[in-house]
Design a protein around this ligand. Structure first.
Ligand SMILES: *Cc1c(COP(=O)(O)O)cnc(C)c1O
Length: 222
């Protein structure tokens, strides 16, 4: 864990009011604890089993964010403690999160993962799927459903490319998606635009990110 890098990143983010999600996948409980001791509380994990094991061994006020692809049959394992699920990529998944959250009398913050990259491999909703999901969630809410999950914004990943202009365009597109979600849920605090990783976060900040997800710069290579 790199305390100097942590301080440098915080110094850039804090004045802008941007949140830091420390991505701790594959990193040990000891390394996470060391960053926790410097004041970090938000940690992101990609794998259900790994997050469950770490959560059990770390302080209870850690805010756990799930950022990997989530299968519906695994939602139940993280719902008792997860703070935010950033990788909601289908209505079916959102329904399962809401159902499990109701059982635990919890309210779980969700981000819609939206596909902005050129690459074919990234998970996420397409812009048209996003629009129909917003409509369906609003209709269901009028019938009293979706009361244990709240869509707080969106998350996306830019293409793995050296082309900075391409990355900027993709982040810009995600910013527009964020505006669409805001106007889709005018009564709710839709306030989280999760974009930017170790290699591209300065571009994300310039494009209005409210939360960056950083692993490598804080913990070193995986
Ligand atoms: C691993 C991961 C990150 C962090 O990536 P770094 O390049 O290590 O900063 C951010 N977001 C998601 C969704 C990830 O899977």
């Amino acid at each position: 864990m790199n305390p100097t890098a942590y301080q440098e990143i915080k110094n850039k983010l804090d004045p802008a009011g941007v949140e830091l999600l420390a991505v701790s996948k594959t990193k040990s409980v000891e390394e996470i604890q060391a960053l926790y001791d410097l004041g970090q509380r938000d940690f992101g994990e990609n794998y259900v089993q790994e997050m469950v094991e770490k959560q059990a061994r770390l302080p209870k006020d850690v805010r756990w964010h799930f950022i990997g692809h989530l299968q519906t049959n695994k939602v139940k394992f993280i719902v008792p403690f997860v703070y935010m699920i950033q990788s909601v990529d289908s209505l079916k998944l959102l329904q399962e999160i809401d159902k499990q959250a109701a059982k635990h009398q919890r309210n779980i913050l969700c981000l819609l993962q939206v596909f902005i990259a050129k690459e074919e491999t990234k998970f996420g909703l397409s812009p048209s799927e996003l629009d129909s999901l917003i409509v369906t969630v609003n209709q269901n809410r009028q019938d009293g459903r979706f009361s244990h999950s709240r869509i707080a914004g969106c998350m996306g990943m830019a293409s793995m490319t050296e082309d900075l202009e391409e990355i900027r365009n993709e982040f810009h597109a995600l910013g527009e998606v964020f505006s669409r979600i805001k106007s889709g849920f005018p009564q709710d605090p839709v306030n989280t635009l999760s974009m930017g990783m170790s290699h591209d976060y300065p571009i994300a900040l310039a494009e209005g990110s409210t939360m960056v997800r950083i692993g490598t710069l804080l913990f070193g290579k995986r």
